[in-house]
Write a protein that binds this ligand. Sequence first.
Ligand code: ATP
Ligand code: MG
Length: 312
Amino acid sequence: MKFAEIAAALPATAVTSMAEMSSQLSALSPQPRHLASGKVREIFDLGDALLLVASDRLSAFDVILPDGIPGKGAILTQMSNWWFAQTAGLIQNHLLPDQAGEFARRGITSRDLQLRSMIVRKLKPLTIECVARGYLIGSGWSSYQKTGEVCGIKLPAGLRQADKLPTPIFTPTTKAPKGQHDEPINDAQGAAAIGAALYEQVKAMSLKLYAFGHDRARQAGMILADTKFEFGTDAAGKLFLIDEVLTPDSSRYWPAADYRPDCSPPSYDKQFVRDHLLAIKWNQQPPAPRLPAETIARTREKYLAALKNLLG
Ligand SMILES: Nc1ncnc2c1ncn2[C@@H]1O[C@H](COP(=O)(O)OP(=O)(O)OP(=O)(O)O)[C@@H](O)[C@H]1O
Ligand SMILES: [Mg+2]
């Protein structure tokens, strides 16, 4: 789908609650069974597939904020769809092949719901989150300053904040339940969690996908500093890329023009929100405070800008 077509269809107010989504789903027969709520997505069982609906919810410091970003769910879904198509030659993904056909067949007619939804294979998510990093920033930078290592990987001395790493690294984490923080793990812990062979497979694939994403983002004027992938397996043990992929929620993108090491470059994600929450000294425990309208508007523009850069 073209950027202009997506941008024109985005809602003016944020869709954040199950109730708002349910009203769009109420016309469906049979009614999809609600399986779970993630921080951002609502997951429904369609019998032979899953329906993942991305809301406009926003989380910061792992807490869901009371305000959403209008259109964020559709932006995340459409950007993921674009990346799934780009990466189809590297790995198969969870999308059923004909999304428009699936929507029609299942009576999903609301345009808003279509834009924020994916109809996907039911897979078993791996119990680790697969993070790949090409630059020294965020928790990686914090860890390097303390120990010279990131997730047990020794890095050369003298690197600066936001420096490009000599080679991209794989820094997985646990997949923590709602409300808890994902914890970094090393290769041995990762292999113990999912099995050594599968661990080597997802490590290699994450680095391959990161390199691909970095090159492609660079052509769109952005630097992909780091990203988190999720993988799942089918009954036969075959590996699929699942969830969302290479979105500003799962990745750190920087405008290439503003990039320089020795500082924390502005990114295409929730930086305005985080800056605001740090400025008001929120204790990072629920309930989270409301956001100023300007912070919401600026964050929305950043998500849209990233989509525009990629899809043109
Ligand atoms: N094809 C699939 N089969 C089964 N589960 C899936 C599939 N794709 C995604 N999921 C799961 O659906 C959930 C999506 O919800 P959401 O993105 O809100 O996740 P979350 O883990 O709560 O938050 P975050 O992404 O911020 O860590 C995740 O738990 C993900 O593992
Ligand atoms: Mg997620």
